[in-house]
Design a protein around this ligand. Structure first.
Ligand code: ADP
Length: 216
């Protein structure tokens, strides 16, 4: 299965892709996660990405497309299928993805657009905590970890993402409306788009997603 999860920051793309990976065995390819790993490893790409991410802006298309193309072409992704989380985020990236898929003689099964009201998104992001080791996502109020600063699953240290600060959240939402909303129309025109309510709790939204993907 080859899926894209698209939607504003905080709508649950990361949470839902983690569930899809765990339960359906597909591979998660998250552009944001890859950038965060590059930043942590202090690579050239990481240093470049950091300059944009810390302001809530998008990393330039050229390097992003190159990085994601490499992952999509890996034998593991071809064999197990994938869920793309955070890519494509611009129409240029969506067009590049079409070319990559054509080259591989593959096609996308569905593009899932997750929607939620802006107030909910802001409240989710401003209380979000992530595990530095396994990527598990928590929420200080709705899904608190059992121990204050440690992951329930792997004991890794939890952190607040630097781009989850209030001003940066607002900038990311603006960038979403301007640059990523047109990608949703791009896939609507291709007839592969489904819109799903992302304001339910994680299992509720997951059930809606799998109801759609089961028909693929
Ligand atoms: P969220 O969806 O919560 O904003 P992500 O982890 O998907 O979080 O992305 C974090 C940041 O990484 C984005 O704000 C952006 O700066 C950068 N980024 C991620 N994916 C892309 C992409 N496809 N193109 C450009 N920049 C990206």
């Amino acid at each position: 299965m080859r899926l894209i999860l698209i939607g504003p920051p905080g709508v649950g793309k990361g949470t839902q892709s983690a569930l899809l990976v765990e339960r359906l065995g597909v591979l998660q390819i998250s552009s944001g996660e890859i950038f965060r790993r590059e930043i942590e490893a202090n690579t050239d790409l990481g240093r470049l990405a950091q300059r944009y991410i810390s302001h809530g802006e998008l990393v330039p298309n050229g390097v992003t497309i190159e990085m994601m193309a490499k992952k999509i072409r890996e034998p593991q992704a071809i064999k197990h299928g994938f869920v793309l989380d955070g890519f494509p985020r611009t129409v240029k990236q969506a067009m590049a993805l079409t070319e990559i898929m054509d080259e591989l003689d593959e096609s996308l099964d569905k593009v899932v657009s997750l929607e939620a009201p802006e107030e909910l998104i802001v409240s989710r992001l401003s209380a979000r905590l992530g595990c530095t080791r396994c990527g598990e996502i928590y929420h200080a109020v709705n899904k608190p970890p059992m121990r204050e600063e440690l992951c329930d699953k792997c004991d890794g240290p939890l952190f607040v993402r630097q781009d989850d600060l209030p001003e940066t959240i607002r900038e990311r939402l603006r960038v979403f409306r301007e640059q990523t909303a047109p990608v949703i129309d791009f896939y609507k025109d291709k007839g592969v788009l489904v819109t799903i309510n992302g304001s339910l709790e994680a299992e509720g939204t997951y059930a809606l997603i799998t109801a759609v993907t089961a028909k693929v």
